[in-house]
Design a protein around this ligand. Structure first.
Ligand code: HEM
Length: 418
């Protein structure tokens, strides 16, 4: 058995892939517990995680995505490291994107984004999802089997974001080719940077719509104003839009894939949801709690503070262990049990909280609900392909090799046509 006391979480792939027992061990030491390496403190308690989210003045998001690797490459001394953060934050991964900003810059960029998530736009986007779901199912239904992630979940999540941003449907194929290519195609092996590809296309879109406004979503994205009424740089609009692909594609695809894995392994639950789709949202909420696609996210202590009775010097990396907080037994009874009737499941932190809380959360929930409704209606007796995943009791799954995301690499299913 692994001796957890000496584990370097950031160098231990097996624990990163299945971290929940390790997070339980840490929570037993305390909801805020020091790790032995890298000046990192782990937060596995739900209430303590909420305290972090609600105090962006003390907890900077500059390291939100990758935490201590690489971390700020400068001396972090004294009880206030604001100056070091200001001078060096641009060296950190994803530093140009919304998720790593602090106020007031964060407020500006987020206001550009929130124009997209209006009730009207979300309604139009949902109409698109119903059509898209059937189109994708048509592509594989006759085969009686598929890799659900590659054939459905990844392209579905991609097309939905493209539609949300108002990318004309005739352009969608180009996005899929670069971002979610069908498995085994030459493009899949091609080394490429899909975000750079999408940034190029969006720069053209934004410049074009600023010169020639039309009555379309891209025009309103291109001409959105900052809170003070000024016009943002083209690059800011482009990055805010393209970041949605980074933030909302793999997360939503793995969320839907995890939910399908549970259903494929539990035919009674599958049958219940098929005959009563109204139960789908509650099931999905439990999936978000137990299979939160973001396992860990990070903050950097800007000013020396205290959290859960633990003193945190300025410069400490705080690892908010979402997969741990979502199993905090002080908040969730029998936390490992999948209980679609749990009355407080939605208290989970899968979408974070506070000023950075996921603006795509409502969208991801709709995507998964629409998808499960259509998949359960059209595919009967969905089960795991045992040639790939092994027989019951000896299942094998491959997970993304990362400490940040929880997600299956593939999910091979077999099914009948309903
Ligand atoms: C199940 C799917 C998803 C999960 C689990 C998820 C999770 C998260 C989490 C935990 C954060 C907070 C990061 C932090 O506090 O540092 C976040 C932020 C964000 N998410 Fe999501 N997300 C999902 C889907 C989406 C979708 C579909 C979109 C957009 C179309 C999206 C766009 C964003 C953006 C733009 C941010 C940054 C917000 C900010 O910093 O103000 N996400 N997401």
């Amino acid at each position: 058995m692994t001796d957890y006391a000496e584990v370097d979480f950031f160098a231990d792939l097996p624990i990163q892939i299945e971290p929940t027992s390790y997070f339980d061990y840490l929570r037993d030491k305390g909801p805020v517990a020091w790790l032995p390496h890298r000046k990192v403190v782990a937060v596995t308690g739900l209430d303590e995680a909420l305290e972090v989210y609600r105090d962006p003045e003390t907890f900077s998001s500059c390291n939100a995505v990758t935490g201590p690797i690489p971390g700020l490459q400068c001396p972090l001394e004294g009880d206030d490291i604001s100056a070091a953060i200001a001078d060096h934050r641009h060296e950190l991964p994803m530093s140009q994107y919304l998720v790593t900003q602090d106020p007031p810059r964060h407020r500006e960029l987020r206001s550009l984004l929130m124009r997209l998530f209006t009730p009207k736009r979300m309604g139009e986007n949902e109409d698109f999802m119903w059509r898209l779901s059937d189109t994708l199912i048509d592509e594989f239904i006759d085969r009686g089997k598929c890799d659900f992630k590659a054939a459905y979940a990844a392209p579905f999540a991609l097309h939905v974001i493209a539609d949300l941003l108002g990318v004309p449907e005739e352009e969608h194929a180009k996005f899929r080719e670069h971002f979610a290519p069908p498995p085994g195609t030459a493009n899949e092996q091609m080394a490429h940077d899909p975000l750079a590809f999408i940034e190029d296309i969006f720069t053209e879109f934004v410049e074009d719509r600023r010169r020639h406004p039309r009555k379309d979503v891209l025009t309103s994205v291109a001409n959105a104003k900052l809170p003070d009424g000024s016009t943002p740089e083209v690059a800011d609009v482009v990055r805010t839009a393209t970041f949605l692909f980074a933030a909302g594609q793999e997360t939503t695809a793995t969320f839907m894939t995890s939910a399908m894995r549970y259903l494929a392994d539990d035919s009674a639950l599958q049958g219940r949801l098929r005959s009563d789709p109204a139960q789908i949202p509650a099931f999905l909420e439990e999936m978000l709690r137990l299979e939160a696609p973001v396992k860990t996210l990070f903050r950097l202590v800007r000013r020396t503070t205290e959290l859960g009775g633990v003193k945190l010097p300025a410069g400490t990396t705080v690892m908010v262990a979402l997969a741990g907080a979502n199993r905090d037994p002080r908040r969730f009874e029998c936390p490992y049990h999948v209980d679609p009737n749990r009355d407080n499941a939605s208290e989970h932190l899968a979408f974070g909280r506070g000023i950075h809380s996921c603006p795509g959360g409502p969208l991801a929930r709709i995507e998964a609900r629409v998808s499960l409704e259509r998949l359960l209606a059209r595919l009967g007796d969905i089960r795991l392909d045992e040639a790939v995943h092994g027989p019951a009791g000896e299942r094998r799954f491959d997970y993304l090799p990362t400490y940040i995301l929880r997600g299956l690499m593939n999910l091979n299913l077999e099914f009948e046509r309903s």
